[in-house]
Design a protein around this ligand. Sequence first.
Ligand SMILES: [Zn+2]
Length: 322
Amino acid sequence: MRTGWGVDAGPVGADARSGTRLAVSYSGGADSMAVAAMFPDAPFVHFQRVSHPRVPNRWTHYRSEVLAQLVHKTGREVHVVQSDLEFVLSRPRPGFPEHHAVTAGALLLADDLDLGGVAFGHELGSRWLGGERYTHRYSPDNPMWAADGPWGRLFAAAGVAMVLPVGGLSEPVTMRMAMESDLAHLVRWCLRGDMDGPCAKCAKCLRKELILAAVERRPLDTPITAAMPAARKWQEPPPYGGQETIEYGCAHVPGIEDTPFAKAAEYLRATPESVRWLEHCYPPALREIPEPWRARVEAYVDENIGLMTEDEARRVETWGSR
Ligand SMILES: [Zn+2]
């Protein structure tokens, strides 16, 4: 804590704690389901947002109870931790289950559950292609998610390593993994929908439908038109947050010129060849995974995905600089 933030904490015990199990920080989305597919025996720890008695709820449209119900349908060992912690955080922007704070439950339960690591669904884009997703540059030193960054070191010091099993994989790959898994029917990236499914009308649903359609090589199926607010940013020129994924979608969705992404596709001019690097694993992401879990991820990647060539890895490392 002192190295990362200049804060002293104590007392410091004689023996560092450790544990043997890996928990999956479950958000319900495709990325954490992809992690779950790699680790079929890992327990889920789900952070459920609940209201704070005094801080107004800015997310009244988010159905956090739906995700908490869905996680119980997975048939896995599940620990739901309710917290109003998000309401008292201001930066980095809270409000999505991809903040370090969502692991508060796993950290506090670490001894009870014998946890030695907590796995996040952060993929190539959020780990390596922009620290906060919107910087649009190669980010080996990502302060939030690098294993040797301030957070990674702090998690390791607490004996609960921050593990990114899909850190070298793009969103199209995690989407495919999630949709091919036995938990596919429970995948839910939208926090607005009810038990029957995602809302289909929000900006996030539109983006995920682009990825899903691209993975399935089929036309886009959405009620959203280019004139609607949910599609506004795709009418403007890049850069876009998570742009590599938009490029993949534009390259692989048939009839993209008749969708809300028509303008973006014109700007990006992506082709199946230009986005092929996104179908493979970025090797340095594997080296970041702590020993006890690395072999499992390497075997999965070897069997199902394959590593990037040097040329493909260079696409990661020059991202945003051309
Ligand atoms: Zn939605």
